[in-house]
Design a protein around this ligand. Structure first.
Ligand SMILES: Nc1ncnc2c1ncn2[C@@H]1O[C@H](COP(=O)(O)OP(=O)(O)O)[C@@H](O)[C@H]1O
Ligand SMILES: [Mg+2]
Length: 286
C-alpha cells in the first residue's frame, strides 16, 4: 500500500463551531488573518483562479482560511480593472459597513505566492437545513419561494426554490448593492451558530448590471424597513468613509455605480427584478 503524501496527512479539518465563533468576532479574526503565519495545505478547486486552503496561526491560536493570490488570477474581459482579490475585500467592507456580517472577515495581505486575499474559513454546519430544493412545478410549498423552473430530464420539470428566510433576504439586498454576478448555492455557507455567510465575491462591482443569483424569491416585492435603514446608511457611507476604504480596490466609476445602485434601491424601495439582457441565474446552480 502506498503511503499518503505528507500534504494529505497534514491537512487540518475545519471545526464548524470554532470557525463560526471566530467569524462572529471580526476584530479578532481580522487580526489573526493580518498578522498570523500562513501555511498552505492545497488547492480548493480546479477553477482557473487559484483558491488555496490554508491555516493561519498567531499567539498559539490557529484557524483555517482561504488564500487567493493575485498572481493566480486569470484576466476577465468584463473585469479589466483592479483585481478579483480586491473585489472580495471590497465586498467584505460593504458587508461590514451594512452591519449584517454576511461575509466572513476578509483582507489583503502578503502570502507565500505574493499579495492576495485571505478570508476566514467557515465550515458549513452539517446539520443545517437545506437552502435550496427542487419541488413540484405546481409549488412552491409553504415557506419556500420560487427561483426558476428547471428541466430535470424525461420531459419533466421541477421548481427550484429557496426558503423565505430573513438571513437570505439580507444577502439578496447586499448582492444587489454589490452587483454580484455569481451567487450560487455553493457560495452560501450555513454556519454552526445559525448565521448564513456568502463567499466568493470576485465578480462584483461591475458598472453594468450583472446581478446573477439564486435569491430571486423576493424580486419586485417591497424591501423590509430594516433593509431601507441599512441602505440609507450605506448611501451616506459610500459617499464618505466607506467609499475611501473601497478606493484602493475599485475604480471611481465602480464606487459611483455602487452608490447609484444603493440610491436606486432606496428610490424604488423594492428588491430588483432579473435583467432581460443578462443571464440572471447561475447555472449549474450549485
Ligand atoms: N471562507 C470560506 N469558508 C468556507 N468554505 C469556503 C470559503 N471560501 C471558499 N470555500 C470553499 O471553497 C470552494 C472554492 O472557493 P470559491 O471562493 O468558490 O473559489 P473559486 O473562485 O475557485 O470558485 C467554495 O465553493 C467553498 O466550498
Ligand atoms: Mg466559487
Amino acid at each position: 500500500m502506498s503511503e499518503p503524501g505528507p500534504e494529505a496527512q497534514d491537512v487540518p479539518e475545519a471545526d464548524p463551531v470554532a470557525g463560526a465563533a471566530l467569524a462572529a468576532d471580526a476584530p479578532a479574526a481580522l487580526r489573526l488573518l493580518r498578522e498570523g503565519a500562513l501555511t498552505l495545505h492545497g488547492r480548493l478547486t480546479d477553477a482557473s483562479n487559484a483558491a488555496l486552503y490554508c491555516s493561519v496561526t498567531l499567539d498559539g491560536v490557529t484557524a483555517q482560511c482561504v488564500y487567493k493570490p493575485v498572481a493566480g488570477e486569470r484576466p476577465l474581459w468584463d473585469f479589466p480593472d483592479g483585481t478579483l482579490a480586491g473585489r472580495e475585500v471590497a465586498a467584505y467592507e460593504v458587508s461590514a459597513a451594512a452591519g449584517w456580517a454576511l461575509i466572513p472577515p476578509t483582507l489583503l495581505r502578503e502570502g507565500p505566492h505574493g499579495p492576495g486575499m485571505v478570508q476566514l474559513w467557515v465550515e458549513p454546519d452539517p446539520g443545517a437545513a437545506p437552502l435550496l430544493a427542487l419541488q413540484d412545478p405546481a409549488g412552491p410549498e409553504e415557506g419556500w419561494l420560487p427561483i426558476v423552473r428547471a428541466d430535470v430530464g424525461g420531459g419533466r420539470t421541477a421548481l427550484l426554490v429557496h426558503p423565505d428566510d430573513a438571513r437570505l433576504r439580507r444577502l439578496a439586498v447586499l448582492d444587489a448593492v454589490l452587483n454580484n454576478a455569481d451567487r450560487k448555492g455553493g457560495h452560501l455557507i450555513p454556519a454552526a451558530d445559525g448565521r448564513i455567510y456568502g463567499i466568493d465575491h470576485g465578480v462584483t462591482f461591475a458598472v453594468p448590471g450583472k446581478l446573477r443569483t439564486l435569491l430571486w424569491g423576493w424580486a419586485g416585492t417591497p424591501l423590509p424597513a430594516e433593509a431601507l435603514d441599512v441602505l440609507g446608511r450605506l448611501a451616506a457611507d459610500l459617499d464618505g468613509a466607506l467609499g475611501e476604504r473601497l478606493a484602493p480596490h475599485l475604480t471611481r466609476a465602480e464606487i459611483a455605480a455602487a452608490a447609484d445602485r444603493t440610491a436606486a434601491l432606496l428610490r424604488t424601495a423594492e428588491h430588483p427584478l432579473p435583467s432581460e439582457d443578462w443571464p440572471s441565474i447561475p447555472w449549474p446552480p450549485i
